[in-house]
Design a protein around this ligand. Sequence first.
Ligand SMILES: [Zn+2]
Ligand SMILES: [Zn+2]
Length: 282
Amino acid sequence: MPGDYPVGRGRVSIEAAGIPIEGVSIGGHESFYKLHALRALLDIGRAPEDVLGFSTVCITHGHLDHAAGLAHFASRRLLGALPPPKVLVPAPAEGDFADWLSASERLEQVRYGLDLAGVEPGDRVSLRNDLELLVLPGRHRVATVGYLFIEIRHKLKEEFAGRPGEEIASLRSRGVEVLRREENPLLAYPGDCSVEIFEAAPQILQAKVLLLECSFLDPDDVERARTYQHIHLTDVIERAGEFRNEALVLTHFSLRYRPSEIREALRAIPEVLAPRVVPFLA
Ligand SMILES: [Zn+2]
Ligand SMILES: [Zn+2]
């Protein structure tokens, strides 16, 4: 294993239904995903140079393969004189994240000024005029939330369709609401999760892209997946007909499998789903 990563398991750059996703994900070791188009970094298992520019970080849970880079990130942003980042964490874990960051500040004798926000399922965070983040329930061994990126569009209400521009303008000037709000779920990421996630957060099946962990693949690892509350490939295969996503990105594979073994195992996915599956591999 030259360098930090085994071949094919280091930096990954893919495009899923038109959305570029770059990062690293190895179950239990390190996960972060750069979503430039969606203005956010998902999880922060490490803080390499090219994630420092993200001013929004969405952390799903406190396992260090998803969170260990946070203090380093805060410190490096401060050193680079970048404005304080907004960091979302599950509300029940907020106190522990705050304690860790305070201890790091004492060690460094600095103030990061980081905007740490504990979030709960149902919370919404605006990222841009046309982009919102909805916090989803999580299902894992520790406090976990998921995230759903939603594109917001304002369209003319049907009753006003085809009317001349001046009439619409006149209606608007009189305070008539001529637009309706349309929400388009772009990308869902439930973080590490057990199979219960499909009942807890069924909207993940409707997003354009679903970034779903699939830590375990081998039939001998089903019990391991249940114990550690991760998805096993059989969970995906059993629900193959339920995924409405344009792209299903499978990620967070255990380091116990080589990339060739992962690709081979994914061949068991039924034809109804297989063409839409994108493995998060180099
Ligand atoms: Zn993990
Ligand atoms: Zn975890």
